[in-house]
Design a protein around this ligand. Sequence first.
Ligand code: G3H
Length: 255
Amino acid sequence: PYFEELRGFRDLEIKIKQTFDLERVIITPGDSDTDPWVKDELGKRAVSFLQSQLNNKQTVAVTGGTSMAAVAKMMAPTDLGKGSMFVPARGGLGERVENQANTICAEMANKMKGDYRLLYVPDPLSEETYHSIIEEPGVKETLHIIKQANIVMHGIGDAFTMAKRRKAEKNVLEKLESGKAVSEAFGYYFDQNGRIVHKVRTVGMQLEDLSHIKTVVAIAGGHSKAKAIQSYFRQGKSNVLITDEGAATALIKDL
Ligand code: G3H
């Protein structure tokens, strides 16, 4: 039965890979909505994938969120990251400190004996502050490194779950509602067709930068994220999806 399960996942992986035109899909058993430990398993699979990619001196950019925090948590100390650089992909986005990209990035670098640079910027930024802050030498240096990322790892969330968790202002919530936002990733909110509804103004990676990056890995599980995952991949800027059985089954059902 164990092998049957693995085989079953292989078929599911291939189906999702073809549907969303991805290079790699990895599915872990269970549903992280109902069993929180599944998120840790998701993290473990993401760690193995990352380690398989770290054969050279790489620059790894990471986002925040609980899925990415699970990736950092599940990392066992190793020196595979020696010579690699870890950076947050974008600013803090209003998350609690344990779920911020800075925290996750530092934890990963420490566990893998890599180096890291952080971004200390408030967000959302006003237009004016944005333009002056990107000229600050410390910020500029980190931004320069972010632009050189070879690997990006990020979460995908349900738009309204994320907006509420980040305590978005009323006008932002209204914008998300009228634009029928479905998903969120990198502080960008997308509708069901993958069109951008809203973008949190912060420094760091912009969506268009992803097109130049070889490996962009999305880590998102739980059946409640199926619509969000589908919406995010409509504009297809990531090429690897690490998910769980719950989300994967719901994704296929929706097709
Ligand atoms: O950036 C956050 C992600 O979009 C989703 O967060 O992993 O906590 O669900 P999560």
